[in-house]
Design a protein around this ligand. Sequence first.
Ligand SMILES: *Cc1c(COP(=O)(O)O)cnc(C)c1O
Length: 369
Amino acid sequence: MKFNEVLENVTTYEAGKPIELVVREYGIDPKDIIKLASNENPYGTSPKVTAKVQELAKNMFVYPDDSMYELKEALGKKFDVDSSNVIIGSGSDQILEFCVHAKCEKDSKLLMAKTTFAMYEIYGKQTGSKIIKTDSDTHNLEEFKALYKEHGADIIFLCLPNNPLGEALDTKDVYKFLEEVSSDTLVVVDGAYNEYASFKDENKRIVPKDLITKFPNCIYLGTFSKAYALGGMRVGYGIAQADIIKTLYKLRAPFNITTLTLAAAIEALKDEEFVSTCIAKNFEEMKRYEEYSKSKGFEYIPSYTNFITIKMGDKFVSKEVAQKLLERGVIVRDLTGYGVNAIRITIGTNEQNTRVFKILDEVLSALER
Ligand SMILES: *Cc1c(COP(=O)(O)O)cnc(C)c1O
């Protein structure tokens, strides 16, 4: 059958492996599996959110409030913007998709870092767009500037902080770069880990209102999947000037968020204390990964997120390390597919990390030649 020919260039996204798969393939008891491959909040969902979802489970025969009034109001309040500046998606992924499909067609241009969130390229290719990437793995604004001067771009993606490498930029440098960008170019600032970066270093905080006021061609994306611990509920949001939001709405299917998801997100915003506690623990535990890496002579990328990317150097092959860990019930992300010999590990709980170090020790000695 003949399909849209642009799809011939599209690869499918490879998600972090689910616990179910490890149970099936390696016969490991689910309680012994440590899933640190998808940057979920390892502390689980706030008990208040869980209680709310349980309470409302009886309502799931009713379509959700398609205006999403309450959640948009809550986000509007949190970010000091009007609800006309907010759009809700099934994960911020869906808003990324809206952005690309709103702006791009065949031969449009997308500019992004060499090693960044895979979905930017996938959505881009769905429209037949050309993908332009910097040479450096991590975000280098000088390279972005030079490539933008040379090629222009319909969309620029800035992943701040960046997944899968974990680096972040100073907001003042980002703003300096944005001053050079035409008002015709949509700039997507993906803030999936902004809560983490803001906690670690105030200079890296992105304030959505500030961003879209200074640069009306920008859209800020946030998600409930990481710090807010709702990855399984699929909810994220975009914040932009109302004309951009209105356009994105044309691509949205009705009821793109479930009744329970809406309730969970609204409730999660009421429990910010839970979120900040988790973020504080995250960076405490991250120190242990830094120490561990140093003790093994591994280089790591200083991270502003809830994961750490550890380079395997020339002694180990990341793919093998990740596979051996998997066989022992520890799911991490191998970055070979991104062209980097490194593994990305989500920072787990204290007990999980202790076990990871022990198992990693064993795996590394077994692989050492
Ligand atoms: C996790 C993530 C997202 C979005 O996740 P959703 O679950 O779709 O909200 C977006 N960008 C980056 C960089 C991410 O890591």
